[in-house]
Design a binder for this molecule. Sequence first.
Ligand code: AKG
Ligand code: FE2
Length: 310
Amino acid sequence: MILSDNVIPRTDVIKRAGRIGAEIRNIKLSGDLPEQMIASINELLLEHKVIFFRDQLHLDDAEQERFAIRFGELAPHPTLGAIKGTASIIELDSTRAGSRADLWHTDGTFVNAYPKIAVLRGIVMPPFGGDTVWSNTASAYLDLAPPLQRLADRLWAVHSNAFDYAILARVSELDKKHLDEVFTKTIYQTEHPVVRVHPETGERTLVLGALVQNFVGLPKYVGQKLFDLFQSHITALENTVRWTWKDGDVAIWDNRATQHYAVNDYGDQHRLVHRATVAGEVPVSIDGRSSVTRITGPKAPATKTGHTIG
Ligand SMILES: O=C(O)CCC(=O)C(=O)O
Ligand SMILES: [Fe+2]
């Protein structure tokens, strides 16, 4: 019997899709939960990759962070920082530029030690639309045919917070200016293995998503096709779970084994979420090499911009 069975009854864990996602009932999240409970939540997180808790309306920013810090050090966003009075919380408010994360991504992969866990609290959720979808990057790896696994095993990709305007067609001129000024005030470029070994489960997971710029040693055009091929395995519907939010819901994901996408279908209805972030480990490839941040510098020439993903 695994640890969590003693602490969280199996009947309080309700799977929400075949390969990823479970709702956990009858827990009031707080910084004061006993250590065994935190260990059990972590165990369920590793198993299900994203876990959901309803009715957490008692949480404020401080308590959200007191809970999150039980899983590790809090990590502010490298360029956005954290909202006032918090160590790591970013606010995504639909009325503000760049707050719609409608691209498949893993958070923060433009740095080497990108976050391991995110705790997202739905504060004002629209009555319809605005779901979030997560995908399982460990099962996606297993879905690859063995020759494609061997190819992925050896590939490395460059991730950056610099973006081409072309892929952000929905962003207005005003948004571009804001994103340019805030999100990409420093440009990071990091080389990650396409396949990392999960430090807690030993699983192989794919490290890709919207922050990928190119594959090391591959022409852009070829790389784009390969990227699409790998991403299509990650985002296959069978490999995802979709959450319809209510105010007070909390979603916690293992950012080392997932990608996510915030569905942008709620028009100008208000949607407000706060995310606390737990620092992660530097990824290690299957042959034991670590990710490297190659460039950390002031913003380069004006052809690039950013987005709040990550
Ligand atoms: O708004 C959401 O549902 C998810 C936003 C996101 O990508 C994040 O918090 O990392
Ligand atoms: Fe995100």
